[in-house]
Design a binder for this molecule. Structure first.
Ligand SMILES: C[S@@+](CC[C@H](N)C(=O)[O-])C[C@H]1O[C@@H](n2cnc3c(N)ncnc32)[C@H](O)[C@@H]1O
Ligand SMILES: Nc1nc2[nH]cc(C(=O)O)c2c(=O)[nH]1
Ligand code: SF4
Ligand SMILES: [Mg+2]
Length: 272
Protein backbone atom coordinates (compact mmCIF):
# COMPACT_ATOMS: atom_id res chain seq x y z
CA UNK A 1 0.00 0.00 0.00
CA UNK A 2 1.32 3.41 -0.88
CA UNK A 3 0.86 4.90 2.57
CA UNK A 4 2.81 2.34 4.52
CA UNK A 5 5.49 2.18 1.85
CA UNK A 6 6.37 5.78 2.62
CA UNK A 7 6.47 5.65 6.44
CA UNK A 8 9.61 6.66 8.22
CA UNK A 9 11.06 3.27 9.14
CA UNK A 10 14.11 4.90 10.71
CA UNK A 11 11.99 6.60 13.31
CA UNK A 12 13.16 10.09 12.41
CA UNK A 13 9.74 11.36 13.32
CA UNK A 14 10.36 10.29 16.90
CA UNK A 15 8.88 13.48 18.36
CA UNK A 16 5.47 11.93 17.90
CA UNK A 17 6.36 9.48 20.65
CA UNK A 18 5.58 12.11 23.25
CA UNK A 19 2.55 13.30 21.41
CA UNK A 20 4.43 16.45 20.48
CA UNK A 21 4.61 17.68 16.93
CA UNK A 22 7.22 16.39 14.52
CA UNK A 23 9.31 19.00 12.74
CA UNK A 24 10.20 18.85 9.06
CA UNK A 25 7.78 17.96 6.32
CA UNK A 26 4.69 18.42 8.42
CA UNK A 27 1.83 20.02 6.45
CA UNK A 28 -0.30 22.57 8.35
CA UNK A 29 -3.33 20.30 8.47
CA UNK A 30 -1.50 16.96 8.41
CA UNK A 31 -1.25 13.92 10.63
CA UNK A 32 1.57 11.42 11.22
CA UNK A 33 0.16 8.29 9.62
CA UNK A 34 1.55 4.85 10.42
CA UNK A 35 -0.83 2.94 8.15
CA UNK A 36 -4.10 3.41 6.28
CA UNK A 37 -5.96 0.32 5.12
CA UNK A 38 -9.29 -1.32 4.38
CA UNK A 39 -10.37 -4.21 6.59
CA UNK A 40 -13.22 -5.52 8.74
CA UNK A 41 -13.73 -3.87 12.10
CA UNK A 42 -12.34 -6.60 14.34
CA UNK A 43 -13.41 -5.36 17.75
CA UNK A 44 -16.48 -4.18 19.59
CA UNK A 45 -20.13 -3.67 18.72
CA UNK A 46 -19.37 -3.03 15.03
CA UNK A 47 -17.20 -6.15 14.59
CA UNK A 48 -17.46 -7.44 11.03
CA UNK A 49 -18.27 -4.08 9.41
CA UNK A 50 -16.08 -3.21 6.40
CA UNK A 51 -14.14 -0.09 7.39
CA UNK A 52 -11.21 2.06 6.42
CA UNK A 53 -8.64 2.32 9.22
CA UNK A 54 -6.52 5.44 9.68
CA UNK A 55 -3.73 4.75 12.15
CA UNK A 56 -2.01 7.83 13.53
CA UNK A 57 1.41 7.59 15.18
CA UNK A 58 2.33 8.75 18.68
CA UNK A 59 0.86 7.86 22.05
CA UNK A 60 0.79 9.36 25.53
CA UNK A 61 0.87 5.87 27.13
CA UNK A 62 3.08 2.77 26.79
CA UNK A 63 1.10 -0.42 27.34
CA UNK A 64 3.55 -3.31 27.58
CA UNK A 65 1.26 -5.36 25.30
CA UNK A 66 0.64 -2.68 22.66
CA UNK A 67 -0.17 -4.42 19.39
CA UNK A 68 0.82 -1.24 17.52
CA UNK A 69 4.41 -0.97 18.72
CA UNK A 70 5.36 1.29 15.82
CA UNK A 71 2.92 3.96 16.93
CA UNK A 72 3.90 4.00 20.60
CA UNK A 73 7.24 2.52 21.68
CA UNK A 74 8.94 3.16 18.36
CA UNK A 75 6.78 5.51 16.31
CA UNK A 76 7.16 5.39 12.55
CA UNK A 77 5.06 7.40 10.16
CA UNK A 78 4.78 9.65 7.17
CA UNK A 79 2.96 12.95 7.39
CA UNK A 80 -0.09 13.11 5.17
CA UNK A 81 -2.16 16.20 4.53
CA UNK A 82 -5.88 16.09 5.21
CA UNK A 83 -6.49 16.11 1.48
CA UNK A 84 -4.24 13.07 0.94
CA UNK A 85 -5.85 11.16 3.81
CA UNK A 86 -9.36 11.87 2.47
CA UNK A 87 -8.41 10.85 -1.07
CA UNK A 88 -7.00 7.55 0.19
CA UNK A 89 -10.12 6.90 2.29
CA UNK A 90 -12.40 7.71 -0.64
CA UNK A 91 -10.53 5.27 -2.86
CA UNK A 92 -12.11 2.47 -0.80
CA UNK A 93 -15.77 1.55 -1.04
CA UNK A 94 -16.70 1.91 2.63
CA UNK A 95 -19.14 3.91 4.78
CA UNK A 96 -17.24 3.42 8.01
CA UNK A 97 -13.95 4.97 9.03
CA UNK A 98 -12.02 3.97 12.15
CA UNK A 99 -9.55 6.53 13.46
CA UNK A 100 -7.02 4.80 15.67
CA UNK A 101 -3.36 4.91 16.65
CA UNK A 102 -1.32 5.29 18.72
CA UNK A 103 -3.61 7.67 20.48
CA UNK A 104 -5.48 9.62 17.78
CA UNK A 105 -6.80 12.26 20.16
CA UNK A 106 -3.35 13.58 21.09
CA UNK A 107 -3.46 15.23 17.66
CA UNK A 108 -5.53 18.39 17.35
CA UNK A 109 -5.65 17.77 13.58
CA UNK A 110 -7.76 14.65 14.19
CA UNK A 111 -10.69 17.01 14.81
CA UNK A 112 -10.46 18.51 11.31
CA UNK A 113 -10.25 15.01 9.81
CA UNK A 114 -13.35 13.90 11.74
CA UNK A 115 -15.20 17.05 10.64
CA UNK A 116 -14.32 16.42 6.99
CA UNK A 117 -15.45 12.79 7.30
CA UNK A 118 -18.71 13.89 8.93
CA UNK A 119 -19.30 16.37 6.06
CA UNK A 120 -18.89 13.50 3.61
CA UNK A 121 -21.40 11.30 5.44
CA UNK A 122 -19.04 8.70 6.89
CA UNK A 123 -19.73 6.86 10.13
CA UNK A 124 -16.72 7.47 12.36
CA UNK A 125 -15.38 5.35 15.18
CA UNK A 126 -12.51 6.67 17.27
CA UNK A 127 -10.40 4.12 19.12
CA UNK A 128 -9.06 5.93 22.18
CA UNK A 129 -7.45 5.17 25.53
CA UNK A 130 -9.86 7.61 27.16
CA UNK A 131 -7.33 10.08 28.57
CA UNK A 132 -8.17 12.93 26.18
CA UNK A 133 -11.57 14.40 25.41
CA UNK A 134 -11.93 16.54 22.30
CA UNK A 135 -14.97 18.13 20.76
CA UNK A 136 -15.41 16.43 17.38
CA UNK A 137 -18.12 14.70 15.32
CA UNK A 138 -17.56 11.13 16.54
CA UNK A 139 -20.30 8.55 15.91
CA UNK A 140 -18.83 5.91 18.23
CA UNK A 141 -16.25 6.58 20.91
CA UNK A 142 -14.57 3.22 21.40
CA UNK A 143 -12.91 3.81 24.75
CA UNK A 144 -10.32 1.39 26.09
CA UNK A 145 -9.26 2.59 29.55
CA UNK A 146 -5.96 1.09 30.56
CA UNK A 147 -5.76 -1.10 33.65
CA UNK A 148 -2.81 -1.61 35.99
CA UNK A 149 -2.05 -4.82 34.09
CA UNK A 150 -1.09 -2.68 31.06
CA UNK A 151 1.70 -0.82 32.88
CA UNK A 152 5.21 -1.73 31.73
CA UNK A 153 7.61 -3.07 34.38
CA UNK A 154 11.18 -4.41 34.09
CA UNK A 155 9.68 -7.92 33.88
CA UNK A 156 6.85 -6.86 31.55
CA UNK A 157 7.99 -4.84 28.55
CA UNK A 158 7.86 -5.36 24.79
CA UNK A 159 10.67 -7.60 23.50
CA UNK A 160 12.21 -4.85 21.37
CA UNK A 161 11.87 -2.01 23.88
CA UNK A 162 14.92 -0.38 25.40
CA UNK A 163 15.10 -1.28 29.12
CA UNK A 164 15.70 2.30 30.24
CA UNK A 165 12.82 3.47 28.06
CA UNK A 166 10.49 0.97 29.69
CA UNK A 167 11.61 2.04 33.17
CA UNK A 168 11.15 5.71 32.32
CA UNK A 169 7.68 5.12 30.94
CA UNK A 170 6.42 2.90 33.78
CA UNK A 171 5.85 5.86 36.08
CA UNK A 172 4.33 8.14 33.45
CA UNK A 173 2.03 5.42 32.14
CA UNK A 174 0.85 4.60 35.66
CA UNK A 175 0.25 8.30 36.39
CA UNK A 176 -1.65 9.09 33.20
CA UNK A 177 -3.55 5.96 32.26
CA UNK A 178 -6.86 6.92 33.93
CA UNK A 179 -8.38 10.38 33.72
CA UNK A 180 -11.89 10.24 35.18
CA UNK A 181 -12.78 13.70 33.91
CA UNK A 182 -11.83 12.83 30.34
CA UNK A 183 -13.66 9.50 30.57
CA UNK A 184 -16.81 11.20 31.89
CA UNK A 185 -16.64 13.81 29.12
CA UNK A 186 -16.34 11.13 26.44
CA UNK A 187 -19.25 9.02 27.69
CA UNK A 188 -21.43 12.12 28.14
CA UNK A 189 -20.73 13.55 24.70
CA UNK A 190 -20.73 10.48 22.47
CA UNK A 191 -22.28 7.13 21.80
CA UNK A 192 -19.67 4.91 23.40
CA UNK A 193 -18.40 1.48 24.32
CA UNK A 194 -15.97 0.77 27.16
CA UNK A 195 -13.62 -1.92 25.90
CA UNK A 196 -11.31 -3.34 28.54
CA UNK A 197 -8.28 -5.48 27.65
CA UNK A 198 -8.44 -8.43 30.05
CA UNK A 199 -5.97 -11.21 30.79
CA UNK A 200 -7.58 -12.93 33.77
CA UNK A 201 -9.80 -12.50 36.82
CA UNK A 202 -7.23 -10.27 38.52
CA UNK A 203 -8.33 -7.45 36.17
CA UNK A 204 -11.95 -7.54 37.31
CA UNK A 205 -11.83 -5.68 40.67
CA UNK A 206 -10.20 -2.69 38.97
CA UNK A 207 -12.83 -2.67 36.20
CA UNK A 208 -15.65 -2.87 38.75
CA UNK A 209 -14.14 -0.07 40.87
CA UNK A 210 -13.64 2.15 37.84
CA UNK A 211 -17.26 1.63 36.80
CA UNK A 212 -18.45 2.67 40.27
CA UNK A 213 -16.36 5.85 40.06
CA UNK A 214 -17.37 6.65 36.49
CA UNK A 215 -21.08 6.04 37.16
CA UNK A 216 -20.75 8.42 40.08
CA UNK A 217 -19.26 11.32 38.10
CA UNK A 218 -20.87 10.88 34.67
CA UNK A 219 -24.23 12.46 33.90
CA UNK A 220 -25.34 9.59 31.65
CA UNK A 221 -26.14 5.97 32.44
CA UNK A 222 -23.41 3.40 31.84
CA UNK A 223 -25.12 0.09 31.25
CA UNK A 224 -23.44 -3.28 31.71
CA UNK A 225 -24.23 -3.64 28.00
CA UNK A 226 -21.85 -0.74 27.26
CA UNK A 227 -18.97 -2.66 28.87
CA UNK A 228 -16.98 -5.05 26.71
CA UNK A 229 -14.26 -7.45 27.81
CA UNK A 230 -11.64 -8.07 25.14
CA UNK A 231 -9.01 -10.81 25.55
CA UNK A 232 -5.40 -9.65 25.62
CA UNK A 233 -3.50 -11.02 22.66
CA UNK A 234 -1.86 -9.67 19.55
CA UNK A 235 -1.45 -13.16 18.05
CA UNK A 236 -3.67 -16.20 17.55
CA UNK A 237 -1.40 -18.14 19.86
CA UNK A 238 -1.78 -15.68 22.73
CA UNK A 239 -5.54 -15.29 22.18
CA UNK A 240 -5.93 -19.05 22.45
CA UNK A 241 -4.62 -18.70 26.02
CA UNK A 242 -6.84 -15.79 27.09
CA UNK A 243 -10.14 -15.81 25.21
CA UNK A 244 -12.08 -18.60 26.95
CA UNK A 245 -11.13 -17.23 30.34
CA UNK A 246 -12.27 -13.75 29.31
CA UNK A 247 -15.53 -15.09 27.80
CA UNK A 248 -16.26 -16.83 31.12
CA UNK A 249 -15.59 -13.57 33.00
CA UNK A 250 -17.99 -11.69 30.70
CA UNK A 251 -20.73 -14.23 31.44
CA UNK A 252 -20.01 -14.18 35.16
CA UNK A 253 -20.31 -10.38 35.36
CA UNK A 254 -23.00 -9.76 32.73
CA UNK A 255 -20.69 -7.74 30.47
CA UNK A 256 -20.24 -8.23 26.74
CA UNK A 257 -17.37 -10.19 25.24
CA UNK A 258 -15.71 -8.91 22.12
CA UNK A 259 -13.57 -11.07 19.88
CA UNK A 260 -10.52 -9.83 18.02
CA UNK A 261 -11.78 -10.96 14.63
CA UNK A 262 -8.82 -9.55 12.70
CA UNK A 263 -6.39 -11.59 14.81
CA UNK A 264 -8.44 -14.75 14.19
CA UNK A 265 -8.51 -13.98 10.46
CA UNK A 266 -5.06 -12.55 9.77
CA UNK A 267 -3.03 -13.04 12.95
CA UNK A 268 -0.65 -10.09 13.47
CA UNK A 269 -0.17 -9.10 9.83
CA UNK A 270 0.20 -5.35 9.23
CA UNK A 271 -2.67 -3.48 7.54
CA UNK A 272 -5.35 -5.83 8.85
C1 LIG B 1 -3.53 0.08 19.49
S1 LIG B 1 -4.90 0.74 20.36
C2 LIG B 1 -5.05 2.37 19.65
C3 LIG B 1 -6.12 3.21 20.27
C4 LIG B 1 -5.85 3.70 21.69
N1 LIG B 1 -4.50 4.07 21.90
C5 LIG B 1 -6.29 2.66 22.71
O1 LIG B 1 -5.42 2.05 23.34
O2 LIG B 1 -7.49 2.48 22.82
C6 LIG B 1 -6.32 -0.08 19.58
C7 LIG B 1 -7.03 -1.10 20.42
O3 LIG B 1 -6.20 -2.25 20.57
C8 LIG B 1 -6.24 -2.67 21.91
N2 LIG B 1 -5.03 -3.46 22.16
C9 LIG B 1 -3.75 -3.07 22.01
N3 LIG B 1 -2.91 -4.08 22.25
C10 LIG B 1 -3.67 -5.16 22.56
C11 LIG B 1 -3.40 -6.50 22.91
N4 LIG B 1 -2.16 -6.97 23.00
N5 LIG B 1 -4.45 -7.31 23.14
C12 LIG B 1 -5.73 -6.86 23.07
N6 LIG B 1 -6.05 -5.61 22.74
C13 LIG B 1 -5.04 -4.77 22.49
C14 LIG B 1 -6.38 -1.39 22.69
O4 LIG B 1 -6.83 -1.57 24.00
C15 LIG B 1 -7.39 -0.65 21.84
O5 LIG B 1 -8.69 -1.05 22.16
N1 LIG C 1 -9.39 -5.15 11.75
C1 LIG C 1 -9.04 -4.35 12.74
N2 LIG C 1 -9.98 -3.93 13.60
C2 LIG C 1 -9.59 -3.07 14.58
N3 LIG C 1 -10.36 -2.45 15.49
C3 LIG C 1 -9.60 -1.63 16.23
C4 LIG C 1 -8.29 -1.69 15.76
C5 LIG C 1 -7.22 -0.81 16.25
O1 LIG C 1 -6.05 -1.11 16.11
O2 LIG C 1 -7.58 0.22 16.82
C6 LIG C 1 -8.27 -2.62 14.73
C7 LIG C 1 -7.27 -3.13 13.83
O3 LIG C 1 -6.07 -2.88 13.92
N4 LIG C 1 -7.72 -3.98 12.86
S1 SF4 D 1 -2.76 3.38 24.70
FE1 SF4 D 1 -3.21 2.26 22.81
S2 SF4 D 1 -1.61 2.85 21.33
FE2 SF4 D 1 -0.98 3.61 23.35
S3 SF4 D 1 0.41 2.05 24.05
FE3 SF4 D 1 -1.63 1.52 24.86
S4 SF4 D 1 -2.59 0.16 23.32
FE4 SF4 D 1 -0.79 1.13 22.37
MG1 LIG E 1 -5.30 -3.07 16.18
Amino acid sequence: MPVSDSVDRDGEGADARDGAGTPGERPDDGLPINELFYSLQGEGTLAGVPSVFVRTSGCNLRCWFCDSYHTSWEPTHAYMSLEEILAEIESHDADHVVLTGGEPLIHEESVALLEALDDRGYHTTVETNGTIDRDAPIDLASISPKLESSTPTPERAPDDADEADAERWAERHERDRIDLEALAGLVEDYEFQLKFVVTDGDDMPEILDLLVELRDVADVPIRDDDVLLMPEGATRERLAETRTRVADLAMEHGFRYTPRLHVDLWNDAPET
